[in-house]
Design a protein around this ligand. Structure first.
Ligand SMILES: C[S@@+](CC[C@H](N)C(=O)[O-])C[C@H]1O[C@@H](n2cnc3c(N)ncnc32)[C@H](O)[C@@H]1O
Length: 235
């Protein structure tokens, strides 16, 4: 079994493409992602199929779960997450939250860089959440979990955190709602927002007063980092 606290594990290598690196690392870690995604696709209609197409399968109800998307596109490569979280090494990070966390990659890297911090991912697909927690258990990662929860449900409460991660997890309307949750509930605390994806970026630009937020650029990463003070919001 590999050691999750090995600093070399998640680093970018100049000659290995990040998705290929991620695929190899998934295997080394012991994830069963491909098998699970195939099973999900046997049960549900793929996201790219037209609603009217004759197929007895139905879409997963209530949100976009990306069944049929390649697993290495569904999740952010380890290299990118590692670089984004490493850039906060000098900060006091005690909790990281991933909104739509799939198999919990962000959790593994949180524990690698900030062993004392806790990680909470929220994931609507139970089989993905279960697999994340199986892997966290395998490596004895304490305070690291993926909760099987719809973040758009009325009873969802976004926990306080020092870092929120959001990658285009669903359609535009759902992402807007998630960003409003961050806006409304976290007005009093400084935090970092890791954003990935065109929808997330364009919604953020409309919703948030960018003059008051600080942006950190990482040259090779898919993730953009925003730093918010309590007065950054203009929701
Ligand atoms: C694009 S993946 C991103 C995974 C992870 N954040 C990463 O970057 O590696 C988005 C995940 O969000 C989940 N999701 C979609 N809608 C959701 C909702 N309403 N509540 C919780 N999870 C949701 C999907 O099932 C999918 O696994």
């Amino acid at each position: 079994m590999i050691s999750i606290d090995n600093a070399e594990l998640f680093k970018r290598h100049p000659h290995i493409q990040s998705q290929i690196h991620a695929k190899k690392l998934d295997k080394l870690i012991g994830y069963r992602i491909a098998k699970i995604e195939v099973k999900l696709l046997q049960k549900y209609k793929a996201y790219y199929k037209e609603a009217g197409e004759t197929n007895r399968k139905t879409y997963f109800e209530g949100t976009q779960t990306w069944f049929g998307l390649h697993p290495q596109v569904l999740q952010t490569p380890y290299n990118d997450i590692y670089e984004a979280l490493s850039s906060l090494k000098d900060q006091q990070i005690s909790r990281v939250v991933d909104i739509g966390s799939a198999y919990g990659r962000v959790g593994l890297i949180t524990k690698n860089i900030f062993p004392k911090a806790s990680f909470i991912g929220f994931e609507i697909v139970k089989k993905r959440a279960d697999e994340a927690n199986r892997v966290f258990g395998k490596y004895n990662l304490i305070n690291c979990e993926v909760v099987n929860k719809n973040i758009l449900s009325d009873d969802f409460i976004l926990p306080e955190a020092d870092v929120y991660f959001i990658y285009d997890f669903s359609d535009r309307e759902d992402i807007k709602k998630a960003i409003m949750l961050i806006c409304k509930r976290m007005k009093s605390k400084k935090f970092f927002l890791f954003a990935r994806g065109d929808s997330v970026e364009s919604i953020l630009k409309k919703k948030i007063n960018f003059i008051l937020s600080k942006t950190r650029y990482l040259p090779d990463s898919l993730i953009r980092i925003y730093e918010f003070r309590s007065d950054s919001f203009n929701c």
